[in-house]
Design a protein around this ligand. Structure first.
Ligand SMILES: Nc1ncnc2c1ncn2[C@@H]1O[C@H](COP(=O)(O)OP(=O)(O)OP(=O)(O)O)[C@@H](O)[C@H]1O
Ligand SMILES: [Mg+2]
Length: 507
């Protein structure tokens, strides 16, 4: 019995020992947990405060104490607004109340952002987040508020917005088109100038494939992008390339292209700066044209002068010889000589016209009646022609200050060319209308047309594709229009016909 009691006693002792050891381990564990929590609480870089539902502070972390320059014993048991805003009543942030009210009401996390200016300091922005602490299904008793200073973040955003605005302004005041594509060559940026130059609005192109702006002769543009992505060797980057692009409606125009790219976190963007050089090219062309005309003109004037006298002698003597000839065959030959002499004399006269510096005899004239005169003349030159005429004359054209006789020559040259181009017959259409600086005359035929290559040369002296043409008609016309400070140009489609457009200023 005694033994038994002793054994029981020992067992009891051992149980107690075990239980104590277990408790010790649990306490040890709790100590570790508390240590973790305290480290977290004090180690976190944000202000943390624990309050109860009546605003009384239960605990705060090191950052909080540093922030308000207080000691823990000064704040425990005080109301939070007494410490943070030195106020007797709960805070109001702008129109928003303290997040505690909302957290109490909803049992959920509540957040407010507010700005304030500490005395002598810069404007600060804080985000305060209130978390209710409650066992499941119970009313929360305590609340943790974590405050984050987002001033720097906010300043960064403001700076970003400002630089974005600056960037936008530059983009949209640039006179060159600026556009960007992503690696799938979808258009992601299209500035104002791009809208003007290409004729598309931003909404029509954003997200669309770049190929809509690339003329078909370059093939699919994606292979350039692909090659670049594979090789990453910027062959064309940073260089200016003369190329052609397409406007809305399919019209091609010459342009200069500058390319750049940037890569951010693996995303690549290509940016192109495009300058529309069509006006510049047009100017170069007409400058070249007038330079060529001037150079050729001097030589031609000289040659024409040298030919004139011998031609007069040949013509005069041939007439005399013809009178004394009896034999039919010889008479025929001398007549051929006389025909050719007449043709040459006409040419020399034309050459004279061509080389002459035009002194215009200007007076106010109605272009419609000038055209009427020309048509009468044409009727005499081509009496029963295969060609018809259609006219569409604008009834309310003002008179312009011009040399009507010289202009008649221009219209006759162009109409004659049109008739020559319509061997099988057709209609010449003449329209007049207003032009911003005066009047515009359009003369169209339905003839063989002019190829793109040829079109560059038709105004050059001696350029002709006709067996008996001198190639002077259009260069003389060009000079006459230029002397009027006007413009002349031709549009043509092979096999469909040609339209000449003449624009003459009012004064
Ligand atoms: N309406 C047209 N249709 C087709 N080709 C044209 C037309 N007008 C001009 N051309 C082309 O332009 C060339 C030059 O024309 P241009 O009037 O200067 O000379 P030409 O007609 O050949 O000779 P010229 O007028 O001196 O007798 C022509 O030879 C022709 O090839
Ligand atoms: Mg001609």
């Amino acid at each position: 019995m005694e033994m038994q009691t002793q054994d029981q006693f020992m067992a009891e002792i051992n149980r107690l020992k075990d239980s104590l050891a277990r408790k010790d381990r649990e306490i040890e564990k709790m100590k570790v947990n508390i240590f973790f929590l305290e480290t977290l609480f004090d180690g976190i870089d944000e202000e943390i405060m624990v309050i109860d539902a009546d605003f009384f502070i239960q605990d705060v972390n090191r950052v909080f104490l540093d922030q308000y320059g207080v000691k823990k014993e000064d704040v425990l048991g005080k109301k939070c607004h007494e410490i943070t805003y030195q106020s007797d009543s709960p805070c109001i942030f702008g129109r928003r109340l303290c997040p505690l009210e909302k957290a109490k009401e909803t049992g959920q996390r509540a957040e407010v952002t507010h700005q304030y200016k500490p005395e002598g300091g810069d404007l600060k922005e804080l985000v305060r987040i209130m978390y209710p602490l409650a066992a499941r299904g119970k009313m929360p008793k305590y609340f943790v508020e974590i405050s984050r200073d987002v001033t720097e973040y906010r300043n960064l955003i403001l700076k970003l917005k400002a630089s974005e605005k600056k960037f936008r302004t530059i983009l949209d005041t640039a006179t060159d088109a600026i556009l960007s594509i992503d690696a799938n060559q979808k258009i992601v940026l299209f500035n104002n100038a791009a809208q003007q130059i290409f004729g598309y609005s931003r909404s029509e192109v954003l997200g669309k494939d770049l190929n809509m702006l690339v003329p078909p002769q370059y093939g699919n543009h994606s292979r350039f992008v692909k090659r670049f992505l594979e090789e990453k060797t910027p062959k064309v980057m940073g260089k200016t390339l003369p190329l052609t692009a397409l406007r809305k409606g399919g019209q091609a125009f010459p342009m200069e292209l500058g390319l750049s790219y940037y890569e951010m976190k693996g995303d690549i963007t290509f940016t192109a700066i495009i300058r529309d050089i069509s006006a510049q090219k047009q100017l170069e062309k007409s400058l070249l044209q007038s330079e060529r005309l001037a150079a050729v003109g001097q030589t031609v004037a000289h040659v024409a002068h040298e030919i004139k006298n011998p031609l007069m002698i040949i013509g005069g003597f041939s007439h005399q010889i013809k009178k004394s000839l009896m034999e039919e065959k010889s008479i025929q030959k001398i007549e051929m000589i006389l025909d050719e002499v007449t043709r040459l004399e006409k040419l020399v006269a034309n050459l004279g016209d061509f080389t002459k510096e035009y002194t215009l005899m200007k007076r106010p004239a109605d272009i419609n009646s000038v055209i009427g005169d020309v048509l009468k003349l044409m009727g005499e030159i081509y009496p029963s022609g295969k060609c018809g005429f259609t006219v569409d004359l604008s009834p309310n054209l003002k008179e312009i200050n011009c040399d009507p006789d010289k202009l008649k020559q221009v219209f006759i040259n162009i109409i004659a060319n049109g008739i020559e181009a319509m061997e099988a017959g057709g209609t010449i259409t003449i329209c007049t209308g207003k032009w911003s600086r005066g009047v515009e005359i359009r003369i169209s035929d339905e003839g063989i047309g002019i190829g793109e290559e040829e079109l560059d040369h038709i105004f050059e002296p001696f350029y002709t594709t006709r067996e008996r043409g001198s190639g002077l008609g259009l260069s003389i016309s060009y000079k006459i229009v230029a002397a009027h400070k006007g413009e002349i140009s031709a549009e043509s489609m092979l096999g469909q016909g040609t339209t000449f457009v003449i624009r003459l200023p009012a004064t």
